[in-house]
Ligand binder design. Sequence first.
Ligand SMILES: *[C@@H]1O[C@H](CO)[C@@H](O)[C@H](O)[C@H]1NC(C)=O
Ligand SMILES: *[C@@H]1O[C@H](CO)[C@@H](O)[C@H](O)[C@H]1NC(C)=O
Ligand SMILES: *[C@@H]1O[C@H](CO)[C@@H](O)[C@H](O)[C@H]1NC(C)=O
Ligand SMILES: *[C@@H]1O[C@H](CO)[C@@H](O)[C@H](O)[C@H]1NC(C)=O
Ligand SMILES: *[C@@H]1O[C@H](CO)[C@@H](O)[C@H](O)[C@H]1NC(C)=O
Ligand SMILES: *[C@@H]1O[C@H](CO)[C@@H](O)[C@H](O)[C@H]1NC(C)=O
Ligand SMILES: *[C@@H]1O[C@H](CO)[C@@H](O)[C@H](O)[C@H]1NC(C)=O
Length: 759
Amino acid sequence: SGGFRRRACGRSVCNADLAACLREVRQSRAFGVPWLLEKENKELFVNIRLRAEIRLANPSTPLIAGAFVSTVSIEDIRDVRPGHMTEGMEKYAKDVPEHRCFSIIFKDQRKNLDLIASSEDDANHWIAGLKKIIAKNNSMSQRQKLQHWIHACLRKADKNKDNKMSFKELKSFLKEVNIQMDDSYAKQIFQQCDKSKTETLEDEEIETFYKMLTERAEIDGIFAKYSSAEGIMSRDNLLRFLREKQQEEDALPESALSLIERYEPNETAKKQQIMTKDGFLMYLLSAEGNIFNSSHSKVYQDMTQPLSHYLVSSSHNTYLMEDQIRGPSSTEAYIRALTKGCRCVELDCWDGPNSEPVIYHGYTLTSKILFSDAIKAIKNYAFKTSPYPVIISLENHCSLEQQKMMAQHMKTILGDMLLVMPVDGNTSDFPSPEQLKGKILVKGKKLNSLEDTIGMNGNSSIEAEDVSDEDEAAEMEDESVKKESAKLKLAKELSDIVIYCKSVHFQGFDNTTSPRAFYEMSSFTESKAQKLAQESGTSFIHHNIRHLSRVYPAGWRTDSSNYNPVDLWNVGCQIIALNFQTPGPEMDVYQGRFQDNGFSGYVLKPRFLRDKQSKFNPKSITEGAWWMRKKLQIKIISGQQLPKVNKSKNSIVDPRVTVEIHGVQRDNGKKQTKVIENNGFNPKWDEEFGFDIDVPELALVRFVVEDFDVSTKNDFIGQYTIPFTCLKQGYRHIHLLTKNGDPYPSAMLFVHINILDNN
Ligand SMILES: *[C@@H]1O[C@H](CO)[C@@H](O)[C@H](O)[C@H]1NC(C)=O
Ligand SMILES: *[C@@H]1O[C@H](CO)[C@@H](O)[C@H](O)[C@H]1NC(C)=O
Ligand SMILES: *[C@@H]1O[C@H](CO)[C@@H](O)[C@H](O)[C@H]1NC(C)=O
Ligand SMILES: *[C@@H]1O[C@H](CO)[C@@H](O)[C@H](O)[C@H]1NC(C)=O
Ligand SMILES: *[C@@H]1O[C@H](CO)[C@@H](O)[C@H](O)[C@H]1NC(C)=O
Ligand SMILES: *[C@@H]1O[C@H](CO)[C@@H](O)[C@H](O)[C@H]1NC(C)=O
Ligand SMILES: *[C@@H]1O[C@H](CO)[C@@H](O)[C@H](O)[C@H]1NC(C)=O
């Protein structure tokens, strides 16, 4: 009932007819092959249709006259945000009551869709409904996701929408799910399933077809070895499988029973405490069957060590959505980075009009946002993904006046979150992430010492003083900028809220005669940091036990490309700032690293990077605590439901898997399977690789699936990166991630992992 209608600023009008939307929703829900689904999941197959006259509140979208209908797939929705919580709303809907507003946030880089309902009730219906669908979707089992995916493909293939499948539609379906089958074989299957001889498949016939299609012969083989002739696996056999094959030596009879209880779909079998083939498959598709050790999906590391003992997920020039020269700046970029677990965000601050500091990439054409808006976004999203501290890294180019404004904004907007005093008055070492939970720290220039700030020296007379800003100037790589920023005066108000992260120019590693205060930290370009890592790895490691180090991308990376973080983690650098908006292997490895420890944005460094006596040098590895030689054996068995990523290509996927090791130099490696032609649905490789890994605590394993192409560059399909220490052995599924790091609904690899001591 009711509709979206609005007229704002004489500029944009939005009229999305809710009633029509709901009708659409109902109609599309009625469609389909419902036997595939459990009832409560039906609504997952709905695409939301928005009928709107005008896309609201998007300044860069030209006004469109007349109505248009836009279809939004729920798969693409990341979140629904009530109220004025996007830049568009802030800008264009200020005069509309908040409770009628909501925004749809997408997973890809697409702009938010800002909507206004005609009443609070309507808005609430939409928000609650969408949230429910999203939540349900996120709790779907692997089987449901597979069904969902197949169902979506079936629906696409059912051209005349009669819920039946003709042979022609079957062929188009096979193409949709990425299987190339020759016509005679496809015809054979079709006739096998078409028991009613109607030349179309309907109801159970489609189900039979679906079952034939989703058979997993490789899993049947494994199941057969641990099951009786009747095709059932007893609890004790399951236990034997867990211990022998999955290398879970401490598995107990109760663990096996619990798997039966959770994954066995046949109630009779469940009561008899046995597992059928279906249940076994369900287990292998579940979190327990995943390659990632689920104990590591929670915070499991010691969080009470000094801050400098952790790697910190960090983003570079966080405000930028695209490149470093012309692209837009947005507060949305802060939300995206924080949602991806980032714990250190950057703000490039410049004088703005009306005494309000703004954020943009100085001397470029990037657009500007208000400093205060960025701080608000940070406040709202800082602790949604992780409770551990967030560092605001300031690049300050402002006048004294506006610096005072910055300090004031941070104090008033962040309130108690802002750390303005050392924890417990301790000025001798960093507090821990645990002690800093829920706190926001400011990194920037500081006039004096921490002791001065808290009045221990009875000296707080300085109001402002020249500070050099060489790091930031170096980032611009421009002499005139260097001169200008060298003259910058720093306001006491801003200086005083810098507690544990005082930026200083790097003047060599500490020596015993004049050690630097622990809270002094330096920033390095990637090349400078690489050079130090190469030339004096061990000293750098010692430096990073006591001090934080930040590394940022080279100035020439104007396209926002990234550098490899691994070599810098290997020498204990904590804050490796990457361009979070740029997908690619570097971000894959980055997010792989921080998937550990509950995706909290903090990962404890291995002991040999925290030990002051450590002689570890990643460049020339000698024996020591880090030396735990392993042989990693990986068998790539099969793939499931690999999507066709390049829509412009008319062919079926020809998948190939690459396994990469990223660690210390000597451990790095890369091996590839052969190409399977014309099968993205259930390709089988059965290829085994071995890697020697000498420093496992620093190694990550990356699995990449590509669509091989003889004539052009291979298309990326999906990838998954996992720290070596998070690997589980045995038969495991790998759930692939998209280019942007989001999980695919059902694209997987099935592998076998074996780890041996290598002496
Ligand atoms: C469930 O399991 C029991 C015991 O193994 C078996 O007899 C029965 O056929 C199974 N039911 C279904 C629907 O598979
Ligand atoms: C400060 O913290 C460090 C590390 O937690 C601790 O060893 C030291 O005793 C503390 N000093 C004071 C004065 O509390
Ligand atoms: C107070 O600050 C001034 C200016 O920085 C400095 O010269 C002086 O040594 C400081 N006094 C104390 C007691 O730290
Ligand atoms: C120790 O460090 C200080 C300041 O960085 C420097 O002036 C001095 O030369 C260094 N001493 C040695 C022995 O390296
Ligand atoms: C898709 O494939 C075509 C033809 O091979 C190629 O030219 C194009 O660059 C590919 N697009 C993407 C996004 O990879
Ligand atoms: C998973 O990780 C935990 C904690 O590190 C460890 O105790 C356990 O043995 C691991 N499980 C497997 C199956 O590797
Ligand atoms: C539903 O789950 C699938 C797979 O996890 C994901 O790709 C999709 O984006 C999700 N949809 C929503 C609305 O969260």
